[in-house]
Design a protein around this ligand. Structure first.
Ligand code: ADP
Ligand code: ZN
Length: 212
């Protein structure tokens, strides 16, 4: 299966992507994770994207598309993949179609998780993340001991771009302006799957497997 997942910040994309990836045995590729990893490792690419990511702006399309093109040429994605956070605008969606067409493939599904604005703001403001492995937590769902990651022992912190309400609102604005129009595009292609993102992660996942 080849699928893209989108939805407003805080819709639970990361959590659900992980579950989908396990169930369907396909790698989950999250552009945000790729960028944060490059930034914390201090690579040259990380240096190019840092200011955008930390201020809640979109990374330029050419850099983003190039990293996805490279990732989709690797061996482990030849039997399917899930993209979390890409495409984020119509230009990137066209680029993705071209990359897949070159490989003789097309997308099977575009999953959108819907949550109301208040819910999404509340979720982001409570979100915490392991600074080493990227695992997500929430103030209502903390690690077992003292903000230390259950998986790797790293420090669990607030993401740089979640700290400031204005940056959070900026990202939500960009979502509505640039990413939401993808719904019409994928609906035209007959592959849009809309799922209600409120409820427990378990319930949301059940809705997702029902439509995929
Ligand atoms: P969120 O969905 O909460 O914004 P992500 O982890 O998906 O978090 O993305 C974090 C940041 O990475 C974005 O604010 C943006 O700067 C950058 N980013 C991620 N995906 C893309 C993309 N497809 N195009 C441009 N920038 C992106
Ligand atoms: Zn960790």
């Amino acid at each position: 299966m080849r699928l893209v997942v989108f939805g407003p910040q805080g819709a639970g994309k990361g959590t659900q992507s992980q579950r989908i990836s396990e169930k369907f045995e396909i790698p989950a590729i999250a552009t945000g994770d790729i960028f944060r990893w490059a930034i914390s490792s201090g690579t040259e690419f990380g240096g190019k994207v840092k200011s955008y990511v930390e201020s809640g702006q979109m990374v330029p399309d050419d850099l983003t598309i190039e990293i996805i093109r490279q990732r989709l040429s690797e061996d482990d994605v030849q039997n399917g993949f899930l993209l979390d956070g890409f495409p984020r605008n119509l230009f990137q969606a066209d680029a993705l179609d071209r990359i897949l067409a070159e490989q003789g493939y097309k997308l099977d599904a575009a999953l959108v998780l819907e949550v109301p604005q208040e819910v999404s703001e509340r979720r982001i403001l409570g979100r915490r993340m392991c600074s080493q492995c990227g695992r997500n937590y929430h103030i209502d769902n903390p690690p077992k001991s003292d903000w230390t990651c259950d998986v790797c022992g790293g420090d669990v912190v607030r993401r740089q771009d979640d700290k400031d309400d204005e940056k959070v609102r900026q990202r939500l604005r960009l979502y509505h302006e640039q990413t939401e129009p993808l719904k019409a595009r994928y609906a035209d292609k007959g592959i849009l799957r809309e799922v209600e993102g409120q409820g427990t992660p378990h319930d949301v996942f059940a809705r997702i497997t029902a439509v995929l």
